[in-house]
Design a protein around this ligand. Structure first.
Ligand code: PSU
Ligand code: MN
Length: 300
């Protein structure tokens, strides 16, 4: 075991007993949702994973220790504390060396999950190629991580704050399979449709587990993106959300928002404009992804 890594008691026991484990990220807690909904959601997600026969491992960095499995007190702390850094791959050494706290993104959650031997991870949305990336070169490190680290990420697709077409092109170049769960189309987070096709449709968690096992048995490195559409009853009006995102992207440009602040700024703006509706959709799609991830982990 890596000397910088701490396992929670529950995760340690699950590894020992060879039980299925699902990783969860903490940027969604510290930067993705307001308090107290962030903490309530994080705890409920863990409960859903347990109900489906797997063990949750919420991942983060506390006092410079990489944590696979946070206690409910630690989750509450990550949800309440201000100034918790958003941590991607490049930030890990600094935070660990300086014994700081950090909320892990998809990329850094994959790294820590992989250190703990965890292969399945549930979240809301992944980072990707931003609109205008041909100029800004703003491409999330999440995509590079999917190319190199053996973890399958279950998400509800990606928000159209990103350029979804370019994101798919990037994933193709990097050899990352994009599997649609019971869909041919890449979902766009708040909505079930995006106009872009996934690489392959998979109809059951067992089929997904089989494809993942085969990929890794073949010695092909890297992960996979599992796209799980938001349940119909919680999906939002496509025109409304398109307009809101358009406005948010324009405002970010006008304010000169750059780098790691872009995604949190856009997410906060969308929430500000659409109020509780988008938050409720966001929460429900995370629950939906937790259910699917637990089933895939059990099957694996
Ligand atoms: N997209 C969402 N919700 C999120 C994120 C992205 O819809 O919470 C977070 C995730 O933690 C993701 C990170 O890994 O933002 C990507 O940030 P960046 O674009 O700066 O790589
Ligand atoms: Mn970026």
């Amino acid at each position: 075991m890596n000397r910088y890594l701490d396992l929670s008691e529950e995760v340690r026991k699950a590894i020992e007993d060879k039980k299925p484990i699902v990783a969860l990220e903490s940027t969604i807690i510290s930067h993705g949702m307001p308090y107290p909904q962030n903490v309530e959601t994080a705890l409920k997600v863990e409960e859903i994973i347990r109900e489906h026969g797997a063990v949750p491992a919420t991942i983060g960095i506390i006092g410079g220790r990489l944590k696979a499995g946070l206690t409910s007190e630690e989750i509450d702390y990550m949800g309440r504390a201000k100034n918790i850094a958003k941590v991607s791959r490049r930030d890990i050494p600094y935070l660990v060396a300086h014994k700081r706290d950090g909320a892990t993104t998809v990329a850094s959650t994959m790294i820590i999950a992989s250190m703990a031997g965890i292969r399945v991870f549930a979240t809301g949305g992944v980072g990707g190629v931003h609109r205008g990336a041909e100029k800004t070169m703003d491409i999330s490190a999440d995509l590079e991580e999917l190319a190199m680290t053996e973890v399958a990420v279950v998400c509800a697709g990606a928000k159209s704050i990103l350029d979804l077409g370019l994101t798919l092109e990037y994933l193709e170049t990097k050899g990352v399979p994009v599997l649609g769960y019971q869909t041919e189309e890449l979902p766009a987070f708040y909505t079930r449709k995006s106009g872009f096709a996934v690489d392959y449709k998979a109809d059951t968690p067992e089929e997904i587990a089989d494809i993942l096992r085969t990929k890794w048995d073949l010695g092909l490195k890297g992960g996979a993106l599992i796209a799980n559409p938001i349940p119909e009853e919680y999906s939002m009006d496509a025109d409304l959300i398109a307009r809101v995102i358009e406005d948010a992207v324009k405002e970010a440009e006008a304010l000169g928002i750059k780098g790691k602040d872009t995604t949190p700024f856009l997410l906060a703006k969308i929430k500000e404009i659409t109020g509780g509706e988008s938050l409720e959709s966001n929460i429900q799609l995370v629950y939906n992804n937790a259910r699917l991830a637990a089933k895939i982990a059990v099957s694996l």
